[in-house]
Design a binder for this molecule. Structure first.
Ligand SMILES: Cc1cc2nc3c(=O)[nH]c(=O)nc-3n(C[C@H](O)[C@H](O)[C@H](O)COP(=O)(O)O)c2cc1C
Length: 360
């Protein structure tokens, strides 16, 4: 069985990761209003590369100006963002991490207050906390957003990033197309399973068409979101289908890898995906990992790589230290002073106060 500190070779490209640890994408609100990166955002992520992560993923970064989900969001929609992106990519590489930009569009979670336009989605959708409802994208507009993803990926490659992670999780636009309840279209983009996955597939093809063969493309999904109509059976099928196209791996966002799934099958989420995927197709699993023991559990369940988020906010060098099988770092809550020593700016610390019991 693999150990968290073992190197891993990504099979499609032959690219070696120095270990099995992945810094999962984390929004940190530190970008400027025009989506350009701040020095603080570059600093916080660079520290995680110094801290030994095999893969460092950026915060969710928007591919269009009008798809933004929140203030302080990272953007990859314009060339004015290239200088900051280039600095970040250069820093991450110089510290030995493989770098991914997480590409997304908020869809129904892109409020009018921020974007000045009515939010769009696969269908007319609304949810708690949203003013009004979305407008259904026309087919031409869907093609346009696919192209926005491609241009954003090309920009990331130009900046020096090793790849992208397409954010198909957490109810954002790709997820809205995948969900049976949020995608009720009757054209080629909705209806059957094959039609609902077409938006993601079109993005993968478009990204591949404008980036070099060695550019990495990962896909992140949420296996199960009842209210969106994301069903486990479809997600397992999607995983298997992704393994047949030119992507480098699947990242499942479990929130809690130890939680059982509410059905008759005893296997936990990571194992279900590991069992469903063909041998050799990389699987990243993330959620509630804290100690070295937890990380080992995820690998023993069959994941190739283990993702972490919150523990790496409190411990920038988690990846370097997880090779010690007894490593069990201090749990949250953390003091603001401690978080500052871990490279968080006051803006980010303030944001973390919204996460239950994270900051003292
Ligand atoms: C502050 C914060 C910001 C996050 N932002 C993102 C994001 O931009 N994109 C994403 O896919 N997940 C995001 N997540 C979810 C994490 O990537 C991860 O899946 C989740 O926190 C569970 O892992 P953990 O238990 O190790 O924290 C965020 C989590 C946190 C704590």
């Amino acid at each position: 069985m693999a150990d968290p500190s073992d190197a891993f070779v990504l099979p499609r490209t032959g690219r070696t990761l120095r270990n099995r640890s992945v810094l999962a994408a984390m929004t940190n609100k530190q970008s400027h209003d025009d989506g350009t990166l701040s020095d603080e955002e570059i600093h916080w992520l660079t520290m995680r590369a110094q801290g030994g992560f095999g893969i460092v993923t950026t915060a969710a970064a928007n591919v269009t100006e009008t798809g933004r989900g929140w203030d302080g969001e990272m953007g990859v929609w314009g060339d004015h963002q290239l200088p900051g992106l280039t600095t970040m990519a250069t820093e991450l590489r110089s510290h030995g991490a493989v770098s991914l930009v997480q590409l997304f569009h908020g869809g129904m979670r892109a409020p009018q207050r921020i974007n000045g336009v009515q939010p769009v989605s696969a269908s007319i959708n609304t949810e708690a906390g949203m003013d009004g409802s979305t407008r259904e994208l026309t087919s031409d507009e869907v093609h346009g957003i696919v192209e926005d993803f491609a241009q954003a990926a090309a920009r990331c490659e130009l900046a020096g990033f090793d790849g992208v992670e397409l954010h198909g999780a957490h109810s954002y636009l790709i997820c809205q197309f995948l969900g049976k309840k949020t995608n009720r279209r009757t054209d080629e983009w909705g209806g059957s399973y094959d039609a609902r996955k077409r938006f993601l597939w079109a993005i993968i093809d478009a990204v591949r068409a404008v980036t070099s063969p060695n550019f990495l493309v990962f896909v992140r999904i949420s296996p199960l979101i009842e209210k969106m109509g994301i069903e486990l059976e479809d997600s397992l099928r999607l995983a298997q289908d992704l393994a047949t196209v030119d992507v480098d791996g699947l990242h499942i966002s479990c929130w809690d890898v130890f939680q059982s799934v509410d059905d008759d099958d005893e296997r936990l989420m990571t194992k279900r995906f590991a069992d469903a995927l063909p041998d050799g197709f990389p699987l990243i699993s993330t959620g509630a990992v804290w100690s070295a023991h937890d990380a080992q559990f995820v690998l023993d369940e069959g994941a190739d790589l283990v993702g972490v988020a919150r523990v790496a906010i409190g411990h920038f060098d988690w990846a370097n230290r997880v090779s010690d099988s007894a490593y069990d770092p201090q749990r949250q809550p953390f003091s603001a002073q401690h978080l500052a020593t871990q490279g968080l700016s006051p803006v980010f610390i303030d944001y973390m106060r919204r996460w239950k019991n994270f900051v003292v």
